[in-house]
Design a protein around this ligand. Sequence first.
Ligand code: ATP
Length: 299
Amino acid sequence: LNRPNADAIIRPDFKFEDMGIGGLDKEFTSIFRRAFASRIFPPALIEKLGITHVKGLLLYGPPGTGKTLIARRIGKMLNAREPKIVNGPEILSKYVGSSEENIRNLFKDAEAEYKSKGDSSSLHIIIFDELDSVFKQRGSRGDGTGVADNVVNQLLSKMDGVDQLNNILIIGMTNRRDLIDEALLRPGRFDVQVEIHLPDEYGRKQILEIKTKKMKENSMLTPDVNLNELASLTKNFSGAELEGLVKSASSFSINRHIKVGTVAAINEDVANMKVTRADFLNALNEVKPAFGVNEEDLK
Ligand code: ATP
């Protein structure tokens, strides 16, 4: 068996380190192996194994931990189409009355390409953010109008249409996996589920490295800024909050320079501008983690 499509599918210039994802190596590998690897096998091998491609991947965990980031990057790596991102509440409120059509539209391009190109169609990724807001357990769903039920049924029937979905991967995201309707988690639907945790200390250091890379390259950090120290001081921070911390530190630094009088002086001062450890410590008083904080951590 040869692998006719592999090169076309995995970008040859792909390197994990360039992806700008911090601390999710294990999750990335697991997602790739379980949800994407079959797509780079030759179809003949897939047939021999008697398996079908994964159609639904559920990423769950606290907000701002990189779920959308990882989905986008894996898509890029596989030369997938730019993902379509929809958000649960948006589908329900904005498109009242036409929510089913809305779901149909999500699949339209992929279905058309599959019709003309068959298995050589590119992969189409649909990211369904805040999945729990629509796909709650039956009974607790929607506003009693039945719109939510219609959307759920429409999506389920799309996911069950195996043949039409050979070139589609739906990535559902939620902060509340416990609220999701069990019907969605049955085999053949979102059957790969991966938890995306808050980063540990090592992950936080990697994320801080990514978010301060530009500053470092441009010699904007003073030598007293120690990312190991900051990683140890940021327990329970998500990737998004670490990004917020870096932004806050630079705004403290900018603030010190704004006080200068004339524009000329500002320019001169900006040329010497640095972000210091003290700026990061000030930022730590400003940016606090929203999730995962418990009594023990507050001590
Ligand atoms: P939500 O559940 O709120 O939709 P999410 O888990 O999808 O959040 P993202 O949208 O992927 O989070 O990330 C939010 C921001 O935080 C992005 O700008 C992203 O670059 C940054 N970020 C989060 N986690 C990481 C990470 N592990 N590595 C690098 N950047 C990260």
